[in-house]
Ligand binder design. Structure first.
Ligand code: 3ON
Ligand code: FE
Length: 491
């Protein structure tokens, strides 16, 4: 019996909250197998590897963690080879993961509220960070790197996923120094005579915040590193680039660390949204010699993820997923019991930043609840026509991601494929067809949690036509907990 994927069959909710929760169970096992349970056909021209990262453990030996963002990083690797696909997953062997697995209990506090057993007394004045390597995974300069924004990357073997150690880029990074989890790929870097480069940043918050920019050449060497101080505390998860600039949204928040210091909450729970303060948009030149940082202001809101930015005349245009406020993680609450209806959805907005007049215009592009924007990597920093996003099944309201949405910014056309009621979506990754001529000529790959079978599927959509549904669904033998980010490499 298959439930028709049709909204009229579930007019009230497109999902069952208990089924959604199934995607937040730990996956303790590590697998290594050829995927043989496949619906449809893997395009034989799709060759390469999709790497995914995300929290693999939602508990340490039965002790629940407080928030998924505190979960130990687990890498999944799906390799496509001449119409076949191979799966492998492995936990990043961070020092914290190894110590906690050995001890069989929580030994570290998490940024998002996980505490050691024993109440506040056991947690007060413990500022030890566990580098959990759970947010993103990139393959750059022949290195596979698991990223977490508050500390240094972990380097992994791209084939075995074995953890090789922490990466310091020839000591350009120092012990414990952060290297963000949202690097941007510049397909043609002006500062490197048109060669591709990778641009990343790190945040050191305080009464004022230091933003450090890193640029890596194709060999994986950091060739530019420059730091800038901006006023006020900042929590910045992502940024966007253009050929000349890095753009950051400094969301209106304040940070009162008392309850963190006293062992009653995580540092991230001490960040409070300030409704009456503006968002500051920080524009930093990529050319290290140019020190002039511009700051524009716009209305209050919270942004985790940006889709893309580009320069047009005297403007920077940036598309971002905006929330009316930062959802607060309550120390006593259980993230599995979240009331989606009580929260505001993330929505896609376009901001026009006028650098001459220092003004910001903004307009809503897509009101459907969405997250995890992605696009053709050759369009990063350039004007883009198509965006791909995880989206809610219903056109309005807040709900878990169950669908994939393609937006054509030129024609306004939308395409949607929904996995509701029992499927739950994640970040879509666009993979261009070799020698493709059109921006949407390729595939969109994503993991979908299938609550009916408590397992995950690797879904392949034809990027030109979402409406027809997946051209292949690869059924894994197990589920993969809801993840964060990843990348495809054809190497
Ligand atoms: O005091 C600073 C504040 C702070 C929060 C210092 C700091 C740098 C240690 C810090 C740490 C920040 C960290 C570690 C942030 C990590 C974020 C993370 C792992 C994930 C963020 C995900 C964002 C979104 C929007 C996820 C969406 C997920 C879904 C729609 C559902 O699957
Ligand atoms: Fe992110």
């Amino acid at each position: 019996f298959k439930v028709q994927e049709n909204a009229s069959n579930f007019p009230e909710k497109s999902y069952n909250p208990n089924e959604w929760q199934g995607g937040y169970q730990s996956l303790k096992q590590e697998f290594d197998y050829w995927i043989d349970d496949i619906e449809g056909q893997i395009p034989p021209e799709l060759n390469g590897t999709l790497f995914r990262n995300g929290p693999g453990l939602l508990d340490i030996n039965g002790q629940p963690i407080h928030h998924p963002f505190d979960g130990d990083g687990m890498i999944s690797r799906i390799t496509f080879l001449n119409g076949r696909a191979h799966f492998r997953n492995r936990f990043v062997r961070t020092a914290g993961y190894l110590a906690e697995q050995k001890a069989g209990k929580i030994l570290y506090r998490g940024v998002f509220g996980t505490q050691k057993p024993g109440g506040w007394l056991a947690n007060a004045f413990d500022f030890n960070l566990k580098n959990i390597a759970n947010t993103n995974v990139i393959y750059w300069g022949d290195k596979l790197l698991a990223l977490w924004e508050a500390a240094e990357p972990h380097r992994l073997d791209p084939h075995t996923l074995e953890t090789l150690g922490k990466e310091y880029f020839d000591n350009i990074l120092s012990e414990g120094e952060a290297f963000g989890a949202h690097p941007r790929f510049d397909p043609s870097c002006q500062l490197d005579n048109g060669a591709p480069c990778l641009v990343n940043f790190s945040i050191k918050p305080g009464l004022s915040t230091t933003i450090t920019i890193f640029e890596l050449d194709t060999t994986g060497k950091i060739v530019r590193k420059h730091a800038h101080s901006v006023p006020g505390f900042a929590f910045i998860h992502d940024f966007a680039i253009t050929p000349n600039y890095c753009i950051f949204f400094q969301n209106p928040v304040n940070f009162n660390p008392i309850s963190f210091v006293l062992g009653m909450s995580g540092a991230g729970e001490c960040i409070k949204f300030q409704h009456h303060q503006p968002t500051r948009i920080i524009i930093i030149p990529r050319q290290p010699k140019e020190k002039k940082v511009q700051i524009l202001e716009t209305q209050s809101g919270f942004v985790f993820h940006h889709a893309n930015a580009f320069e047009q005349d005297n403007e920077i245009i940036i598309d971002s997923i905006c929330y009316e406020s930062l959802p607060e993680v309550e120390p006593e609450s259980d993230f599995r019991k979240v009331d989606f209806d009580a929260l505001k959805p993330g929505q896609l907005w376009r901001f026009n930043l006028n650098l001459d007049h220092k003004t910001v215009r903004q307009k809503l592009i897509e009101s459907r609840c969405c997250e995890f924007p992605s696009l053709h990597l050759q369009k990063v920093g350039r004007s883009h026509r198509y965006l791909y996003l995880g989206a809610a099944h219903a056109p309005s309201g807040n709900a878990p991601l169950q669908a994939f949405l393609k937006i054509d910014l030129e024609s306004g056309e939308r395409q949607l494929w929904s996995a509701a009621p029992q499927g739950f979506a994640s970040e879509p990754v666009f993979v261009p067809r070799t020698n493709s001529q059109h921006e949407d000529d390729g595939w969109v790959l994503a993991l979908v949690y299938d609550a009916a079978h408590h397992r995950s599927d690797v879904v392949i959509l034809d990027a030109r036509d979402f409406n027809q549904g997946p051209i292949a669904r690869l059924h894994l033998k197990h589920h993969i907990p809801y993840g964060l980010h990843g990348n495809f490499t054809s190497e």
